[in-house]
Ligand binder design. Structure first.
Ligand SMILES: [Zn+2]
Length: 59
C-alpha cells in the first residue's frame, strides 16, 4: 500500500490518502487538491514533491 499525508506538502492539511498503487493515489490527491485547495493544475513539480512524500506501508 502507498500512503500520502497531504500535510507533508501543504502544512496544516490533515488529509491522509491510502491506495494500492501510486497512480491511484495520485488521482485521489489530485481530486483533493482541486476540491479542497483550489489547485486546478497538477504541475510536474507538484507531482515530484508529492512523490517524495509517498510512503510504502504494509497491510
Ligand atoms: Zn490537503
Amino acid at each position: 500500500m502507498k500512503q500520502f499525508a497531504c500535510g507533508s506538502v501543504i502544512p496544516g492539511c490533515q488529509a491522509v490518502f491510502l491506495a494500492e498503487e501510486e497512480d491511484e493515489l495520485l488521482r485521489e490527491i489530485a481530486a483533493h487538491a482541486r476540491d479542497d485547495h483550489g489547485i486546478d493544475e497538477i504541475t510536474p513539480d507538484l507531482v515530484a514533491s508529492v512523490r517524495e512524500h509517498i510512503a510504502n506501508v504494509s497491510g
